[in-house]
Design a protein around this ligand. Sequence first.
Ligand code: UDP
Ligand code: MG
Length: 138
Amino acid sequence: VQRGRIVAAAEVEQSYIMIKPDGVQRGLCSKDLAQEHYKDLKDKPFFPTLINYITSGPVVCMAWEGVGVVASARKLIGATNPLQAEPGTIRGDLAVQTGRNVVHGSDSPDNGKREIALWFKEGELCEWESVQTPWLIE
Ligand code: UDP
Ligand code: MG
C-alpha cells in the first residue's frame, strides 16, 4: 500500500500477535474485548477459563505485517498444546499447559485484520519498511 513496496500487495498479510499475561506483565485487557476476540470459541467448554486467563493481567499487543506472516508467526509460536509444540518454538520452549501457552497469533489473514482492528485504534499502528527487505523477500 505504501510507496516503493517491492512485493505484490495481494501477498501481504497482517497477523495480530499478543504476548499473554503470563508472558509479560504490561498493558491492559478488558473482559468484553477478550470475549469479542475469542468469539469463535464461545461454545467451547474452556471459554470461561480462557477469558479469565486473558483478562487476569496486562498483555502486550503487536500488529505484524509481511508476506505469509500469519503462517510464519504461527510456526514460530508452535502448536496450541505446548506438549505438541516443537522445541525451538515459543510454546515448545517456554510453556507447559494449553491454558498457559504464553502467546497468541491470528489463525488466518481475515482474522489477522479483524483482531488488529479490535485491539488497535486508527493511528496507533506504525508502518515502515526495513532496508533489509529486498534481501529477505525476492
Ligand atoms: N485453550 C484452552 N484449552 C483448550 C484449547 C484452547 O485453554 O483445550 C486456550 C489456549 O490459550 C489457546 C486459546 O484457548 O491458545 C485459543 O484456542 P485456539 O484453538 O484458537 O488455539 P491457538 O490458535 O491459540 O493455537
Ligand atoms: Mg486461535
